[in-house]
Design a protein around this ligand. Structure first.
Ligand SMILES: Nc1ncnc2c1ncn2[C@@H]1O[C@H](COP(=O)(O)OP(=O)(O)OP(=O)(O)O)[C@@H](O)[C@H]1O
Length: 249
């Protein structure tokens, strides 16, 4: 499903944010703390109403976005004492009519989603007893169980060890759905995204392929850090090496 974000304002945080993702592409949103990344995603999944601008799915402003779009949100602190499987099952709600009970198909989707994030063994554990990375994987499974055509992910690799960071990004890439993901790790963004958008002070200051966007000048301007670009010896993806001592003035 195509996603177009057009001239989004959320006063006083976002100013004219525009980006377009074609169906099946993985787009990374990067930028300093407080630059408006989460606010932009919240506008996309309608937790916030923008003061101006539009979000189009396949060219239309849609009222039924929960049937098309699933979101992993950063501060989804579930205070209820659900099991992991019950948390994931809430991802099926947009597909169930009224008070229809969970079907055998729903249960299979939940099991598959848990197993896709290496969390099948956690199904009957209380969500609140899980570690940070285990919770994160269960919340990703909930988004997968929604079987969306668009995935909006706010820091999906948060709390994950390197094995699970790579596994989750490979998994979402392999789904063939459109992905908008806020990522702090510029090298993960470079390796896994078709396009990267850089947000600074609520504006998109650069958009394009990782190689075009993640340059030493951009990293110095936006993050105040000196970086060198090298090519990954196996994948060829641009990777950044950061100077540890010096910051840019
Ligand atoms: N409800 C609110 N009231 C006041 N300010 C807010 C509110 N929500 C967000 N902000 C501010 O808006 C700015 C953008 O916040 P946002 O969470 O979108 O940034 P971000 O780029 O996702 O940051 P981070 O990388 O730290 O997660 C921040 O300065 C934040 O303090």
């Amino acid at each position: 499903m195509d996603v177009e974000i057009q001239d989004l304002d959320y006063a006083p945080i976002l100013h004219g944010v525009t980006l377009a993702a074609r169906s099946g592409e993985v787009h990374g949103i990067v930028g300093p703390n407080g630059s408006g990344k989460s606010t932009a995603l919240r506008c996309v999944y309608r937790a916030l109403k923008p003061s101006a601008g539009r979000v189009l799915l396949d060219g239309e402003e849609r009222g039924d976005i929960a049937r098309h779009l699933a979101a992993l949100i950063q501060d989804s602190s579930l205070e209820f004492d659900f099991t992991a499987a019950e948390v994931v099952a809430t991802g099926r709600l947009p597909h169930q009519r009224g008070f229809a009970r969970e079907s055998a198909h729903d249960r299979r989707v939940v099991e598959t989603a848990l197993s896709d994030v290496d969390a099948a063994h956690l199904a009957d554990r209380g969500f609140l007893t899980l570690s940070g990375g285990e919770r994160q994987r269960v919340l990703i499974a909930r988004a997968l169980a929604q079987q969306p055509r668009v995935l909006v992910l706010d820091e999906p690799t948060n709390h994950l060890d390197i094995h699970h960071q790579l596994a989750v990004l490979r998994l979402v890439r392999g789904l063939g759905v459109t992905v908008l993901a806020v990522l702090h790790d510029l090298n993960l963004a470079a390796a896994h995204c078709d396009r990267v958008h850089v947000l600074a002070r609520g504006r998109v200051v650069a958009s394009g392929t990782p190689a075009d966007v993640l340059t030493p000048d951009l990293v110095a301007d936006v993050f105040g850090v000196r970086a060198h670009v090298v090519r990954h010896p196996v994948s060829g993806a641009p990777q950044l090496l950061f100077d540890l001592q010096e910051e840019t003035p």
